[in-house]
Design a protein around this ligand. Structure first.
Ligand SMILES: Cc1ncc(COP(=O)(O)OP(=O)(O)O)c(N)n1
Ligand code: TZP
Length: 542
């Protein structure tokens, strides 16, 4: 047995910035046995798979001598480099290090992943096969970059230990649910393997997806290695996988869960009477009474006051201030400016609801004056209002109602971020999906999307203004430093209460009654359970 000397020096190793990106979507695990079509080598099949769009390659050799293993690894590495696709080595850390591959994949009978990580260093990928949560936590603790479940279906390709039962779709789904629930494993990408091919991966990806976590890809052996046209087989797989991955949104990541848990914890304080923020509103005639009732129902203490002479005293004792330009007059504007200055001077969070901002020059000019004189912590508006303030054309404003943003999520996110950048405020933009955007102290944009809600919220007047009230209640508890979390909490509370109310509604008025009951009834656990909050979408806007 000959052992070839290491191919490259440590200095040439890829760093996280330069190494090929880890993408589990179409993950080819090789096999050099009898499944290879006549006349095809492992190298031929891997090359074809890369041409067809494979996103990750694992060299798996169970009986090759070390020297031959290294020779093959080196050949595959050259191929993978040409496609900027990582090459991982199954089981053998020595081979991975010898050729400077991008990492290893280990099973439960292989080296302890912690030890493997120590040997590999931080810049190599480490994947671990997991059978249960215990394995998954151990892998996460060791610094694994991804998890592969044990086999989902029976396969001829791997001989399992006696008694091994494939997980099945329900088993993988259950594992994803548990992975999403644990802070250590929540953010780790996951793939599955075993008996997968183009005609079942779509259903597998769809049927294993949970609200909080879905598979990031599929690993296959025979579906590519045994195919005469491995390139076409890979392309077909990729087509199905990409279509399915794009369809199901994922609602669980570390950051998204954190904002949801802050919302739930703050609602708990309100529910238990541990916080009862005095929310000073200068708001419009249409919603004044409803907003006061909504604030009361969630556990806040509303006050509606707009006489300029009492602003100093009233805003001065408030926990938060909500300014709503829905039914303006010059005297109200003057009162708003005074209240806003008092709030700013005392560190009280201020929410702006720029109702119908683009509808008339008077409203727009008023909003601009308010924005130049008052530092707002949160601006909550529909797309038309946000576009008017951000000076962005093309979003229709009909009175106080708004059209959709043309250009989908990317354009919506860009719009919310534009206003957040221009004003320094957290921007909460309502719509079928609500977006909350901010620029962090470090200058990074952060955006979350809330997919909750119901069309019924658009069938009664003033729900947008009431959302600002709820945001004001949360901001009154959480303070200026947590304006982002307060905005998400207010929106989520409105949306989840709306979803619960629909079941009880016969028409708009019974919906309204049910909605206000749900402001009172909605519990922290309801928010956590119902939340469809997505994050990591800021890249679209940058
Ligand atoms: C992506 C991926 N998932 C699972 C496995 C199986 O790993 P393991 O349990 O270590 O079994 P062997 O591959 O060593 O037979 C894998 N290799 N890749
Ligand atoms: C390596 C491995 N681990 C679990 S199943 C399996 C083989 C999967 O092969 P195939 O994709 O041909 O079913």
């Amino acid at each position: 047995m000959t052992v070839t000397s290491p191919a490259s020096t440590a200095a040439a190793s890829a760093t996280p910035a330069t190494r090929p990106p880890l993408n589990l979507a179409v993950y080819l695990v090789t096999d050099s046995g009898s499944m290879l079509p006549e006349g095809k080598s492992v190298e031929d099949q891997v090359k074809a798979a890369l041409e067809g769009g494979a996103t990750l390659i694992q060299l798996r050799e169970k009986s090759l001598d070390t020297g031959a293993f290294i020779t093959r690894a080196r050949a595959l590495l050259t191929l993978c480099r040409a496609y900027n696709v990582p090459l991982l080595i199954n089981d053998r850390i020595d081979v991975a290090l010898a050729v400077d591959a991008d990492g290893v994949h280990l099973g439960q009978d292989d080296m302890d992943p912690k030890l493997a990580r120590a040997i590999l260093g931080p810049n190599k990928y480490l994947g671990v096969t997991v059978h249960n949560m215990h394995d998954a936590e151990r892998a996460a603790d060791a610094g694994a970059d991804y998890l592969g479940t044990c086999a989902i279906f029976d396969t001829q390709t791997k001989k399992h230990k006696p008694g091994f039962e494939p997980l099945g779709v329900e088993g993988v789904k259950a594992m994803l649910t548990k992975l999403a629930e644990h802070h250590k494993t929540r953010a780790l990408p996951v793939c599955t393997i075993g008996g997968l091919h183009a005609s079942n991966v779509g259903a597998v990806l769809k049927d294993t997806a949970t609200k909080t976590k879905k598979l990031d890809g599929v690993a296959v052996v025979s579906a590519i290695m045994a195919q005469k046209d491995a390139r076409a087989a890979t392309a077909q797989l990729k087509d199905v996988v990409e279509r399915e991955l794009a369809l199901a949104p994922v609602y669980a990541t570390r950051e998204a869960c954190q904002v949801v848990s802050v919302a739930a914890e703050t609602l708990r304080k309100l529910r238990e009477g541990k916080a009862s923020p005095l929310v000073h509103h200068i708001t419009n005639f249409v919603v004044m009474n409803d907003n006061a009732n909504a604030a009361l129902a969630v556990g806040g203490s509303p006050v509606m006051a707009h006489a300029e002479n009492e602003m100093e005293a009233m805003t001065g004792i408030a926990s938060s201030l909500v300014l709503n330009v829905g039914t303006l007059s010059d005297t109200w504007i003057s009162a708003m400016l005074t209240a806003g200055r008092v709030a700013n001077a005392r560190g009280i969070p201020v929410v702006l609801d720029p109702v119908g901002a683009g509808a008339t020059p008077y409203r727009l000019a008023t909003c601009r004056t308010l924005l130049s004189e008052i530092k707002f912590d949160i601006i909550k508006g529909n797309a038309g209002e946000i576009a008017a303030l951000a000076n962005v054309q093309g979003v229709e404003q009909r009175g106080v109602d708004s059209g959709e943003v043309a250009g989908g999520e990317k354009a919506s996110v860009a719009l919310a971020v534009a206003l957040a950048k221009a004003t320094g405020a957290v921007v909460a933009m309502s719509g079928a999906t609500d977006y909350v955007a901010r620029v962090t102290a470090e200058g990074k944009t952060q955006v979350v999307a809330v997919d909750n809600g119901t069309q019924w919220l658009g069938k009664i007047t003033g729900t947008g203004c009431t959302t600002a009230t709820l945001v004001g209640c949360f901001a009154g508890v959480l303070g200026k430093a947590n304006a982002f979390e307060a905005a998400v909490a207010g929106i989520l509370t409105m949306c989840v209460a709306g979803e619960k109310a629909v079941a009880l509604a016969k028409g708009p008025m019974s919906f309204k009654v049910a909605l206000f009951d749900e402001f009172f009834n909605v519990m922290p656990a309801d928010l956590v359970q119902a939340a469809k909050v997505r994050d990591r979408i800021q890249a679209n806007a940058d």
